[in-house]
Design a protein around this ligand. Structure first.
Ligand SMILES: NC(=O)c1ccc[n+]([C@@H]2O[C@H](COP(=O)([O-])OP(=O)(O)OC[C@H]3O[C@@H](n4cnc5c(N)ncnc54)[C@H](O)[C@@H]3O)[C@@H](O)[C@H]2O)c1
Length: 361
């Protein structure tokens, strides 16, 4: 905690996608470290949402605008003059990418392109961390985890768009931010798996589906792929990795340029059904049905594991939370939200403090 919080104290950081689930956690985290945080994103697209719940509109200057528009991106960067940018804005849902492939490609590709184009004309930005996904790897349904050297190849439009983001980043790294030529800015990409935690109400994601059915519709949760194994990790785990990357890039560490996997330990890789059962136990309520019929033609992979050895060895990053602790933090957050909403900011801050205070990097 100390080294990261000391480093980020007073730093000017811009987060694209700060109105979303991960962006809101990252904003709150950086604010708690004393950073000056700004953002660029669309208005939150769920109700409730974490951005409003944490009052981030008041604490974080947010440029509401479409990242596909280069002028909007350049204007936000010019006005904020950030030293570090975390680029999270994206259309992040696989299933939506089948309904809106063009929008997915445009947002994810043009968004990245616009950020990097703006950055290459400024000398105040020193670090850009670009968030992609575990889904950039060509899925071989392999038992062992994918390392950063593995072949890329997204199956669905979302995954393919993030593969394109990786290639854009690689090209800009070579052409404009080449570490061998001492550029004013260094960039890297970060790939993480299924991220969970309080404050996500996105559609077609397991935890929000469970929460909505328990606390809102009072229906059974319908699950499509009970046997699918996912590398579940609490949102603070990859975020701590992103922060380490931002810090090292800012310091000019050339070895940080490139791609990084962040993944939980193997024991966190459990099936959808097992996760659901544990969640129902923690909440003390809820039930589910398996409906294979909703397994429509929208292909979803069954096994996806990442190998985070590189981050462990080179960044001294390590996952801190067991699957039980991960689920405890996640479900207890929602329980507080629905039963004692005034305490939710305190609960969020407690989770941040105990994660970074006790075991964090
Ligand atoms: N949540 C996960 O499990 C997960 C897993 C792997 C990768 N990721 C990646 O992490 C990042 C954040 O994901 P999230 O779960 O917080 O998603 P989210 O949907 O909660 O947030 C997405 C953010 O991007 C912004 N955005 C979307 N389209 C935009 C546009 N056209 N212009 C400006 N802003 C736009 C939204 O306003 C929002 O702030 C994404 O890049 C996503 O691909 C997420």
């Amino acid at each position: 905690m100390k080294t990261l919080s000391t480093f980020y104290q007073g730093k000017k950081v811009l987060i694209t996608g700060n109105t979303g689930f991960k962006g809101a956690w990252l904003s709150q985290l950086l604010l708690s470290f004393g950073a000056s945080v700004s953002g660029l994103a669309l208005e939150p697209n769920t109700e409730p949402n974490l951005f409003s719940t944490l009052g981030l509109r008041e604490t974080c200057k947010t440029h509401i605008g479409d990242i596909r528009d280069p002028k909007i991106v350049e204007q936000a960067i010019d006005e904020e003059e950030p030293e570090i940018i975390f680029h999270l804005a994206a259309q992040p849902l696989v299933r939506d990418s089948y309904d809106n492939p063009r929008y997915t490609f445009e947002t994810n590709l043009l968004g990245t392109l616009n950020v990097l184009e703006a950055v290459r004309r400024k000398d105040f930005v020193k670090a850009v961390v670009i968030i992609t996904t575990d889904k950039v790897y060509k899925n071989k349904e392999a038992e062992e985890g994918y390392t950063e050297k593995e072949e890329l190849g997204g199956y669905d439009p979302y995954s393919a768009s993030k593969v394109c983001v990786e290639f854009i980043a690689e090209s800009y790294k070579n052409a404009f931010f080449n570490p061998e030529r001492n550029p004013s800015c260094l960039i890297c990409t970060a790939r993480a798996g299924n991220v969970i935690g309080g404050g996500d109400w996105s559609k077609d994601r397991l935890i929000p589906d469970i929460i909505k059915s328990v606390f809102e519709t009072k229906d059974k949760t319908i699950i499509r792929s009970p046997k699918a194994i996912r590398p579940w990790q609490h949102v603070l785990e990859p975020l701590s990795g992103y922060l380490l990357l931002g810090k090292r890039l800012w310091k000019g560490d050339k070895t940080t340029v490139g791609a990084w996997n962040f993944a939980p330990e193997r024991e966190n890789m459990i099936t959808v059904e097992k996760l659901l059962k544990k969640g129902i136990d923690i909440l003390g309520q809820g039930s589910y049905i398996v409906n294979e019929a909703t397994q429509d033609k929208k292909h979803e992979t069954t096994i996806l594991r990442l190998d985070a050895t590189k981050a462990k060895e080179a960044l001294s990053w390590k996952p801190n939370l067991s699957i039980d602790k991960t689920l405890q933090l996640t479900f207890s957050w929602y329980k507080t939200f629905y039963t004692d909403r005034e305490m939710i900011k305190q609960e969020t801050m407690q989770q941040i403090t105990s994660f970074f205070g006790e075991k964090g990097p």
